[in-house]
Ligand binder design. Sequence first.
Ligand SMILES: Cc1cc2nc3c(=O)[nH]c(=O)nc-3n(C[C@H](O)[C@H](O)[C@H](O)COP(=O)(O)OP(=O)(O)OC[C@H]3O[C@@H](n4cnc5c(N)ncnc54)[C@H](O)[C@@H]3O)c2cc1C
Length: 237
Amino acid sequence: MRVLLIAHTHIERDIPGYVSHAVASTEPWVFETHADELVEQGGRLCYLSWNRPNPATATNKGYVANIIEKGHFSVLEHASATFYIDGVTRNFTHELIRHRHLSFSEVSQRYVDAGAFEFVEHPGLAPVSDPVRYWMQEAVENAFDAYGTLVDDLNEQGYLRKEARQAARHVLPGGTETKILVTGNLRAWRDVLRKRLELDANGEPLADLEFYQVAREILIELKRIAPNAFQDFEVPA
Ligand SMILES: Cc1cc2nc3c(=O)[nH]c(=O)nc-3n(C[C@H](O)[C@H](O)[C@H](O)COP(=O)(O)OP(=O)(O)OC[C@H]3O[C@@H](n4cnc5c(N)ncnc54)[C@H](O)[C@@H]3O)c2cc1C
């Protein structure tokens, strides 16, 4: 599994005719990241409050903490992050795309030869004993063989590659590898991570383990580009 942060919010400086709060203020401003800065910019614009008399909200961390506490979440929507994720399964992306505020581009199993993809083992299969593991691998190989045979058969009968692949893919395992590009604003990511990193009473993930592991990687990156917008999130061990 690979979770790569490939794009995130960048603030343009020195735009003619535009004065940001950082410039408008006479006091120095300190921002660690553009994403967190943009969140504060959105919040302060609402009230044209560029002065910072209250020490609790005078820092970006304090200001964003107050935004989160008050539930003024819309200002978190200005900053966004895009991840390229591969080495994950179709089962995982089936769950990921349920999150309606994220945006997706995923490899097509209709236009791309899925026979070239790997089988990605679910983390929960790690303890499977050797004889059973052998049997599982054989079952997976049989499924991929069946896919190839079905595509060839339909191609020989004159069906287009797209027509053959869209039908044949039905025999592929849910653990077939996929690649996906996913973009979300910070509010949307916060919502997804709350749901997919939640633990049960025994401290076990409530979400599917593969999703939980991806969510953990995403959180690590988001805390890097927006530490204050994710200050109330702990990266699980
Ligand atoms: C542990 C776990 C187990 C799950 N098990 C299953 C399962 O067995 N079967 C299954 O089908 N799904 C399951 N899901 C998926 C779950 O039902 C949701 O589809 C998924 O978590 C996306 O969350 P969401 O629908 O709350 O919001 P998102 O689509 O991520 O949207 C975020 C928020 O926006 C608001 N929102 C979005 N769209 C609307 C709307 N149309 N109307 C009103 N408010 C809206 C809601 O407040 C929502 O919480 C599971 C999820 C988890 C975390």
